[in-house]
Design a protein around this ligand. Structure first.
Ligand code: GLT
Ligand code: MN
Ligand code: MN
Length: 390
């Protein structure tokens, strides 16, 4: 039986805000005490994580003085080096403070937009100081409840100008960040701009420096919208734009639950892990989730351990899947190749004419059974431990 204990080589990361989540929700107060950042670093290192990510204000309170900031950052860096953890990704909190209640980069108030740029530049400085190379933009407050504001086209232009500005800043400072836009359909706004992975991919190509921007898809966010997360990630990989990923779980069409990875949709989690591993994605596997509100601190570490362990178990299942002779035979039978047609479907005027004249046995094509029921059942049996090594 393989050992599913994570090591830093697995590149598992957590946000300070994830294991640090105290269980507050819109209807109830915290159920757990806050944990300090150095303590989180120590515990994550003990569990075998690779790194820890943060918003500026997860570490430094928004109203800290410069000397308080320096003391906090020094202590945090000490903890990182004591425990061998890295900070691969940083981001800005542009959603908690009431100044951002109607948007940050997309606020109709030019002063708020400028303040959002200022806060993000300071946060990018902090991330760079900690060694982060990926910078995430989750536009939690970038959206609307009512469209009476009439700002939709302006908001997209303001968003674009803000991102262009910050990309210039990063290049000018020599930070070398790669930026990852994180889509979400709603919550906390009624409608959030750039609601899906596809929307973000489209928007990136309207930016001045599209090569600096990719996406940070989150399992829960596509699932909230009723979309297939694995398909969204495949499209991001296909576009060369999977710059980061937020792993968690979610029941469809509900509030953002941020459940433990694999807690709800095990089969999708399997196909996701398989896709990531097969694609050669070598970035961090970031868990953007938190322990259930019911849990105490022991539950938090059980949650963190569980996220990583499930990923590793699914990775092992993916390996078994690609070595299972019956599954591979079913897969091979599913695909039909045809050399003559491969030539005819390479475009030339002659080939096009030949293809137009070609006869197809339409009825036979329609009669063919591709064997997907059997292939899927074999997958289920493998996941349930009934094939190969359990
Ligand atoms: C917030 C959100 C997440 C984002 C984080 C980055 S903050 O917890 O729900 O999905 O990834 O800003
Ligand atoms: Mn989420
Ligand atoms: Mn997220």
């Amino acid at each position: 039986m393989p050992d599913f204990t994570p090591t830093p080589a697995d590149k598992f990361t957590f946000g300070l805000w994830t294991v640090g989540n105290t269980g507050r929700d819109p209807f109830g107060e915290s159920t757990r005490n806050a944990l300090t950042a150095p303590y989180i670093v120590q515990k994550l290192a003990e569990l075998g994580a690779y790194g820890v990510n943060l918003h500026d204000n997860d570490l430094v309170p928004i109203d800290a003085t410069p000397s308080e900031r320096d003391r906090i950052v020094t202590e945090f860096k000490q903890a990182l080096s004591d425990h061998g953890l890295v900070v691969p990704m940083a981001t800005t909190n542009l959603f908690t403070d009431p100044a951002f209640k109607d948007g940050a980069f997309t606020s109709a108030d030019a002063r708020v937009r400028a303040f959002a740029l200022q806060k993000t530049m300071h946060s990018m400085d902090l991330g760079a100081e900690l060694g982060a190379k990926t910078y995430v933009f989750w536009g939690g407050r970038e959206g609307t409840e009512v469209d009476a504001s009439g700002k939709l086209l302006d908001a997209l232009q303001w968003y674009r100008e803000g991102l262009n500005y910050l990309a210039e800043y990063s290049e000018h400072q020599g930070y070398g960040y790669r930026f990852a836009l994180e889509p979400k359909p709603n919550e906390p706004r009624g409608d959030i701009f750039l609601p899906t992975v596809g929307s973000a991919l489209g928007f990136i190509h309207t930016l001045d420096r599209p090569e600096l921007f990719g996406v940070n898809p989150e399992f829960a966010h596509e699932t909230m919208a009723g979309l297939n997360f694995v398909h969204a990630v495949a499209q991001a990989i296909d576009a060369g734009k999977l710059y980061h990923i937020d792993l968690n779980d979610q029941k469809m069409s509900r509030f953002d639950q941020d459940l433990r990875f694999g807690a709800e949709n095990l089969k999708s989690a399997f196909f996701l892990v398989k896709l990531l591993e097969d694609s050669g994605y070598d970035g961090p596997r970031h868990f953007d989730a938190h322990a259930l509100r019911t849990e105490d601190e022991a539950g938090v570490w059980a949650f963190a351990r569980g996220c990583m362990r499930t990923y590793l178990m699914l990775r092992e299942k993916a390996r078994q899947w690609s070595e299972d002779a019956e599954i591979q035979a079913a897969l091979a039978a599913y695909r039909v190749e045809d050399e003559e047609l491969a030539q005819l479907t390479a475009f030339s005027q002659e080939n096009a004419q030949a293809l137009k004249n070609r006869t197809f046995d339409r009825q036979a094509l329609g009669r063919r059974g591709p064997g997907l029921e059997q292939l899927d059942q074999l997958t289920v049996e493998l996941l349930l431990g009934l094939r190969g090594n359990p």
